[in-house]
Write a protein that binds this ligand. Structure first.
Ligand code: GLP
Length: 271
């Protein structure tokens, strides 16, 4: 038995075999949360990484293992300026990948308005709406190759609130695959929950898979808390879980310690 898991470390690292196992582990954690709190507000992320989570959760729902009918869904970030209904707007993606497969109504879903004329007002309204909804219970996060969470690019303030940001070239190149490989189609501007906003969620769960994320994961978990790696802000949170596959864990110096700790974690503690 180790103190790291019992006392809840600021960042708990769970190394799993592959993306599917990571998705299943997190989906079980979400199902446990919904059994305790059926109306929980789930913060969801976009990108390819979280898809196995949504698939595993949908499978649990179809098998009748969990009732998600009262769950509420909150979006993490959004492109600015895409026409309403664009298939790659994050609103469309979350509706398609999460809300519809889970059989939820679009009324249970909230997100920032990326086509608002007054973007700043839309950002403030979203922060206020999250607070009015009681706050996010579990925020699922992916990570950018540059260490961003949401769309908080390197050197974002660790205290930032929801606001407009400019994407780095690297992120636009990474995300071009969703726009037919054409970087010119990737917006330059986005709305993202700020790092301060994200840190208000009661539980942060970051999933990272693949070799391409290994450096960002090591900086997040083992590097200093620094705005240059926005995900390192997870170290400031009292309940943050980082789930990584073997490839994404490949640059962690403390990998063996993390494996040992998780293997000895008491079952009652859950995710
Ligand atoms: C985008 C999203 C992030 C996501 C990141 C990584 O930039 N705003 O929330 O974590 O992509 O995406 P992927 O999981 O596809 O690598």
């Amino acid at each position: 038995m180790t103190f790291q898991s019992i006392g809840r470390p600021s960042v708990e690292v769970v190394i799993v075999q592959d993306a599917k196992a990571g998705g299943e582990l997190i989906a079980r954690g979400i199902a446990d949360l919904l059994r305790r709190k059926p109306g929980a507000l789930l913060g969801v992320a976009t990108g390819s990484t979280p898809l196995p989570v949504y698939e595993a959760l949908t499978a649990q729902v179809r098998a009748g293992d969990v009732d998600v009918s009262r769950a509420r869904i909150a979006q993490l970030d959004e492109y600015v300026g895409l026409p309403a209904g664009h298939p790659e707007s994050y609103r469309s993606v979350v509706l398609r990948e999460v809300v519809e497969p889970l059989g939820l109504s679009p009324d249970s879903f909230m997100g920032p308005d990326g086509s608002a004329e007054d973007v700043q007002a839309a950002c403030e309204a979203y922060d206020a709406a999250l607070a009015a909804a009681g706050g996010v219970d579990l925020q699922l996060l992916g990570i950018g190759t540059d260490g961003h969470i949401g769309f908080n690019e390197p050197c974002s303030s660790l205290a930032s609130r929801t606001r407009i940001k400019t994407l780095t070239e690297r992120t636009r190149v990474d995300n071009a695959r969703f726009f037919g490989g054409d970087i010119a189609q990737v917006p330059h501007h986005v709305i993202t929950q700020g790092i301060g906003t994200i840190l208000e969620a009661r539980h942060l769960v970051l999933l990272a898979t693949g070799e391409g994320k290994a450096e960002a994961v090591a900086a997040t978990v083992e590097g200093p808390v620094a705005a240059v790696c926005p995900a390192s802000a997870l170290q400031l949170h009292p309940h943050a879980t980082v789930v990584v596959d073997e490839a994404a864990a490949s640059k962690l110096k403390l990998a063996d310690y993390f494996r040992h700790t998780y293997a000895n974690k008491p079952a009652w503690q859950g995710l």
